[in-house]
Write a protein that binds this ligand. Structure first.
Ligand SMILES: Nc1nc2c(c(=O)[nH]1)N[C@H]1C(S)=C(S)[C@@H](COP(=O)(O)OP(=O)(O)OC[C@H]3O[C@@H](n4cnc5c(=O)[nH]c(N)nc54)[C@H](O)[C@@H]3O)O[C@H]1N2
Ligand SMILES: Nc1nc2c(c(=O)[nH]1)N[C@H]1C(S)=C(S)[C@@H](COP(=O)(O)OP(=O)(O)OC[C@H]3O[C@@H](n4cnc5c(=O)[nH]c(N)nc54)[C@H](O)[C@@H]3O)O[C@H]1N2
Ligand code: SF4
Ligand SMILES: [Mo]
Length: 754
């Protein structure tokens, strides 16, 4: 007879951080029998979504790599030993660096690195060891505009206000579909329950989205905005707030600069002037502005539809301008800053908003937070001059499906001299790699949401120990990254333990130095801290250090009874609730003068571009994206429980557009932009605003060499062949996946289903 044991951990698959209970059994006790919600998790309270079941499928997926692959003389990828794989990767990367300099090697960090404690901490170590300016990440295909606007207004990189969902009486949500995405830049497990609760307590939800999404259908009101209209729409709301004398700064009273500039900008965006471009009637904008101001508490929140678009930085800024002008920034029920238990740079005083310290070689795009926009990666690889990129390291990324101008990028990556991937799959991107180093399964590693708790609607902390030990010989992901790092530094012979001690010492020293700079007495020195941290290695020790130096920590003895990782693990196996969001002004600000900067130059300089757009007729047909509850960008399509069901990679078209364009439901359509074209299956749906078509991203798995059997059978097409790598949010360089001008004509239905 086999016994069942139940273990608990956090689901690492999206931003919601749900607690899950996993039943293990089988002869060796290593089989996953079931996955359910952890009722004792104080934050998710038993909730989980269908993707959590994907964890079992992911753990067991035969296509998930269990050994490194190295490209052989025959041009094919073959299994290799870890020593050989590391050897090849480090030798070639060092040769290229020695011959052409560090900037000849580009690194791209993908989205799961924000969910992997190992990659989060040791990815940065690798970047420093490499020393290349050619750094890219999924951020510039995602939230970068929000990071830019928030850093300029508040000073910190992830100092982004989150909607206080559990207390708000009024939620104005733009370009987000949390019923499919489970929430983003807003960590909130069971977001549907939390949204329903707003309405149940008499509050109101307004969803601004060109598509009547699952979330919009459940809200009080849906405003079908024209793609790219959000900045103008929000500035028109600000216009009405000023015009009607409704501006109340609340907690921001006396703590802002630039109010006059905002007033002057808003004056140019009368609702009547923006109505055509936004597709929202002036009377509606005026009413929404007044309702927002009148609500006892209100939060304005924007996501992908506001960042991955032509005016992403302006829209992201305008979201928080509305929060400030209505007195809702930093108040319960408004938009609030979190107080996370673990955070680097918590005591830092200087602003993170330093941009444009260098520029991309070909298009001259400014660096943002030490990264270049992924939309220009193909440019940087191309050409024959000596400054070009010759090698690419991808860590938890699939840019060939996730970045714009995908066909050009595929050509560029193919032409590189050398490619390394740290990734569990042979997918669209990694099929081109020369070396693939697979991390262990998510169940074989520790987990702590360093990034996502910084954006959580309650302050919480939960640590997960590995459910299983990795298979013999399988290094942890942090060990993979640290091995590469010391190899690049010419320290291949040094032990991992020694290298890790250096990493932790450096991190702790920096935190202690910033603490001292802030005027607070440092509780210990780095040597004493290292000794107190004990025998842990890897990211667990890093979490312990930051936890102890954090707001709830034991301060290495300075605050007895405070949190340590031991306490978190032993006393709070289901996580600990650290309370609702607390007011953080002015301490949270790092803008230099202690004020919120309402009118950063980088943002306001883009206003003329927005005004110019008001005066031209919008394109006849534009493309936007779409997410499905059971998807996760490009990489979970190989899991049968998640991909089964009706084809998902369809071009949704409004019936009026379908009639005009001669498209039929189930037929095909050729979707073309300046960048490229694909043929997709048509699904007619009146959810869409006429003039807007929608196709999800993350598909197109039928490329030569992809070793994902299930995903191949549901290949779909890669929308990012059509997404234009020159259609960007100007200030940040972020990809504008939404609002891409396209033409659509009937075509034979595609054979590759999805
Ligand atoms: N199931 C699932 N969950 C996920 C993911 C996934 O792929 N699948 N991905 C994860 C990731 S990486 C992220 S970043 C988050 C994203 O989280 P969300 O932003 O909540 O997810 P989306 O579904 O992309 O929602 C964007 C919405 O913007 C709308 N939109 C498009 N253009 C515009 C516009 O110009 N203005 C306005 N107002 N709206 C517009 C779209 O119709 C869409 O409904 O989701 C995360 N969660
Ligand atoms: N058209 C369009 N394009 C988009 C978007 C859109 O809305 N529309 N959304 C954008 C957004 S928000 C994002 S975040 C990006 C995502 O862009 P990417 O991060 O480039 O793409 P993912 O599909 O998330 O691919 C993740 C990769 O990480 C691997 N992986 C999974 N888990 C792990 C792990 O634990 N360790 C390691 N080392 N690897 C792992 C997977 O196998 C896969 O190769 O896509 C962007 N692209
Ligand atoms: S909502 Fe996200 S964190 Fe929660 S179970 Fe689903 S995928 Fe996992
Ligand atoms: Mo994302």
């Amino acid at each position: 007879m086999t016994t069942t044991t139940r273990t608990y951990r956090t689901c690492p698959l999206c931003e919601a951080t749900c607690g899950i209970a996993i039943d293990l059994g089988g002869d060796d006790g290593r089989q996953v029998l079931g996955v359910r919600g952890d009722d004792a998790d104080p934050f998710s309270r038993g909730y989980l979504c269908p993707k959590a079941y994907g964890l079992k499928a992911l753990h067991e997926d035969p296509d998930r790599l269990r050994a490194p692959l190295v490209r052989g003389a025959d041009g094919e990828l073959h299994p290799a030993s870890w020593d050989d794989a590391f050897g090849v990767a480090i030798e070639r990367l060092r040769e290229i660096k020695a011959e052409h300099g560090a900037d000849a090697i580009a690194v791209y960090l993908g989205n799961p690195s924000a969910h992997s404690l190992d990659a989060m901490v040791y990815g940065q170590v690798f970047l420093r060891a490499l020393g290349s300016k050619q750094r890219y990440s999924a951020s510039s295909a995602d939230q970068l505009p929000k990071m830019v606007s928030a850093a300029l207004m508040f000073g910190g990189g992830l100092t982004i206000p989150v909607p206080d969902l559990d207390r708000t009486q009024h939620l104005l949500m733009l370009g987000a579909n949390p019923l499919a995405s489970n929430g983003s830049l807003m960590t909130a497990p069971d977001v549907r329950g939390r949204l329903d609760a707003i309405r149940a307590r008499g509050g109101k939800i307004i969803v601004v989205d060109p598509r009547r999404t699952e979330t919009a259908a459940r809200a009080d009101e849906h405003v079908a905005i024209r793609p790219g209209g959000d900045a103008a729409f929000l500035l028109a709301i600000a216009h009405v707030l000023f015009e009607d004398g409704l501006v109340r700064l609340g907690a921001c009273e006396g703590r802002v600069r630039g109010l006059d500039e905002v007033r002057a900008v808003a004056a140019r965006f009368a609702p009547e002037r923006v109505a055509a471009r936004t597709g929202v009637a002036a009377a509606t904008i005026r009413r929404l502005a007044r309702e927002h101001a009148a609500a006892p508490s209100a939060a304005c929140y924007g996501r992908i539809g506001t960042t991955c678009q032509e005016f992403g930085t302006l829209a992201s800024w305008a979201v928080d301008v509305v929060n400030v002008l209505t007195g809702n920034l930093d108040r319960a029920g408004g938009a609030m800053f979190t107080t996370p238990a673990v955070m680097t740079g918590r005591h830092r005083k200087r602003s993170d908003a330093r941009f444009g310290r260098y520029r991309s070689r070909v298009k001259g795009l400014p660096e943002m937070f030490g990264e270049l926009p992924v939309a220009t990666l193909a440019d940087e690889i191309g050409g024959q001059d000596s400054g070009r990129v010759r090698a690419l390291v991808t860590i938890a990324g699939n840019p060939l499906l996730s970045a714009p101008g995908a066909e050009r990028l595929a050509g560029a990556v193919t032409a590189l001299e050398f490619r390394v991937a740290v990734d569990p799959y042979v997918n669209a991107t990694t099929r081109l790699a020369d070396v693939i180093l697979p991390p262990p399964s998510p169940l074989e590693r520790a987990h702590y949401d360093v990034a996502l708790y910084q954006l959580a609607v309650r302050n919480v902390a939960r640590f997960s120990a590995p459910t299983f030990a990795p298979a013999p010989g399988q290094p942890a992901e942090w060990e993979i990254l640290l091995t590469l790092s010391k190899g690049m530094m010419g320290m291949a012979a040094a032990s991992l333990a020694m290298a890790d001690d250096l990493v932790v010492r450096e991190l702790v020293s920096r935190e202690l130095a910033e603490l001292a700079e802030s005027g607070a007495p440092a509780p210990v020195d780095a040597t004493a801290a290292l000794a107190a941290l004990g025998g842990r290695r890897g990211p667990g020790r890093v979490v312990d250090a930051l936890l102890r130096l954090g707001p709830y920590g034991d301060g290495f003895g300075a605050r007895p009874g405070g949190l340590t990782l031991d306490v978190l693990e032993s006393s709070h196996p289901h996580g600990v609730d650290l309370g609702p969001l607390e007011p953080r002004l002015p301490g949270v600000l790092r803008t230099g003068d202690g004020l919120v900067d309402l009118a950063p130059a980088l943002v306001l300089d883009d206003v003329p571009r927005l005004e110019a757009a008001l005066d031209v007729a919008p394109p006849e047909l534009v493309l936007i994206g779409r997410r499905d509850l059971r998807s996760n960008n490009s990489w979970m399509h190989n899991l049968t429980p998640l991909i089964k069901g009706p084809a998902r990679c369809t071009l949704r078209v409004h019936p009026d557009d379908a009639a005009r364009l001669g498209l039929s439901d189930g037929g095909g359509a050729r979707v073309a932009s300046r960048a490229g074209e694909v043929v997709a299956a048509v699904e007619i749906s009146d959810e869409l605003r006429p003039g807007v078509v929608s196709l999800p991203h993350g598909f197109g798995h039928d490329l030569p060499g992809v070793r994902m059997g299930v995903a191949r059978a549901h290949a779909g097409v890669n929308v990012n062949v059509v997404s234009d790598d020159e259609f960007l949010d100007a200030p940040s360089g972020n990809a504008a996946f939404n609002g891409v001008p396209v033409t659509v004509v009937p075509a034979p239905a595609p054979t590759a289903a999805a």
